[in-house]
Design a protein around this ligand. Structure first.
Ligand SMILES: CC(C)(COP(=O)(O)OP(=O)(O)OC[C@H]1O[C@@H](n2cnc3c(N)ncnc32)[C@H](O)[C@@H]1OP(=O)(O)O)[C@@H](O)C(=O)NCCC(=O)NCCS
Length: 272
């Protein structure tokens, strides 16, 4: 029930410390109020409204609308003087959304978005390279076939050495980490997925290595994996800028313009 719906567009001010990454998680199936959804539409710009109209299926339209509201509402929570409708976005050459207006860039907010079946996750921090991926791990997949096709030889080898019953979960562990990394780099699939490797052989730990084709020395990265519920996995990749070392993740369960609740999701893997 959404009894506390507010339509005043006045997010309360949240503090984002230099050593924090905030993860805004929104289960879009919980956002049902027609007036609220209509209100989200008033925040969108022409480009977003155009994309919204082009979705064929209502559930994709719904997810898109909620994710746009999530991004706009979250950003305004750190800078309430800029209302949710005021944010302007551009993209880099690889399609990564970023703040477009010089005044907004000066806010020093970095963000990255991921969405899948029922769940949207937005990562926000003050500096560095930041990427996030969320996957629904109940979906059918042929873990060994896909790992042969997309993973590095080390990753595929480690996955196949596991008992069959564990291969599927390991596949999603690798997948989310790989996506989070290429998204943090901002280049998506322009980075060959086999040119970097995650070593998940030690329980709870994440090892990382790169080949020259990845175009990165591979230093300074931190990775985390979280379980927000029984059906999804989240991976976060971050490389701090020179001025700060990011160490803490804070998770928030959110319905934009309605509620923000701190939550403790289990971090089941991380770099040491
Ligand atoms: C587009 C891509 C960056 C992410 O795609 P994805 O995992 O399907 O989708 P996600 O929900 O995690 O991320 C999509 C969001 O990432 C952001 N994004 C788009 N391009 C991006 C880029 N180059 N860098 C960082 N973020 C990007 C956008 O906000 C996008 O959402 P929006 O279009 O609604 O604004 C890219 O990695 C891709 O196409 N991946 C294909 C999936 C695949 O084959 N994976 C194999 C892994 S083993």
């Amino acid at each position: 029930m959404q009894s506390s719906i507010c339509h005043d567009d006045a997010p309360r001010l949240l503090q984002l410390k230099q050593d924090e990454i905030h993860l805004w998680c929104c289960d879009d199936t919980q956002v049902k109020d027609a007036a609220l959804l209509q209100h989200y539409r008033t925040w969108l710009d022409e480009v977003e409204l155009g994309r919204l109209r082009r979705f064929h299926f209502a559930r994709h339209r719904h997810q898109f609308l909620v994710t746009r509201a999530l991004v706009r509402y979250a950003l305004s929570s750190y800078l309430p003087s800029t209302g949710p409708a005021a944010w302007r976005f551009g993209t880099n050459d690889y399609g990564r959304p970023m703040l477009a207006h010089p005044g907004m860039v000066a806010s020093g907010l970095e963000f990255n978005l991921s969405h899948t079946h029922c769940l949207a996750v937005l990562a926000i921090c003050h500096s560095g390279e930041l990427g996030v991926d969320v996957e629904y791990h109940r979906r059918p997949c042929d873990a060994t076939l896909l790992s042969d096709r997309f993973f590095s030889p080390l990753e595929a080898r480690q996955l196949k050495a596991l008992p069959e019953s564990q291969q599927r979960q390991r596949f999603f562990d690798h997948w989310t980490l790989k996506e989070a990394y290429i998204k943090a780099r901002g280049m998506g699939l322009a980075i060959p997925l086999s040119s970097f490797s995650f070593d998940l052989s030690a329980p709870g730990a994440i090892g990382f290595g790169v080949e020259p084709e990845a175009g990165d020395r591979g230093e300074g990265w931190r990775f985390w994996q979280l379980r927000p519920n029984a059906t999804h996995k989240i991976a976060v990749a971050h490389r701090a800028g020179e001025s700060a070392v990011m160490t803490k993740l804070r998770c928030l369960q959110v319905v934009p313009n309605v509620s923000i609740k701190p939550v403790d999701y289990t971090v089941f893997n991380s770099t040491r």
